[in-house]
Design a protein. Sequence first.
Length: 133
Amino acid sequence: RAWPEAIRRGLAADGDAAVEVASLLDDADLTSSRKAAEVLFDLARPETAASLRLALTRDEDDVVKRWAALTLTRLGEGAGRTLELAEDRDLAWRRLAALPQFRSGLVGGLKAHPEWTPILYPPGRVPQAAPSH
């Protein structure tokens, strides 16, 4: 498949393409918008957060929403949807949601969402802030 130039650049880890890739989230071609969401996950660039939040709340495609939630959590914005993915029927989504890098984003959301604590941590284990990078 011939991907749009922005996606090809993102696939090559060109972080400067992130904003262009984010503009493809609402592309009419569902395959391109899904790939854009996946590439944004890999790039994890904060300048794409606004586009990702918009996709999470307004996009009609569940796969785009899933990638948006995971990426926002990776960026430290603790999207509650990531908790749902941690219990998803699909093992691939569960594995992605369980990646250690999401703990920091979710820990940041614990103050606003204390109901997340039993999902993130087994009984008796106290959550700790993730080390800063």
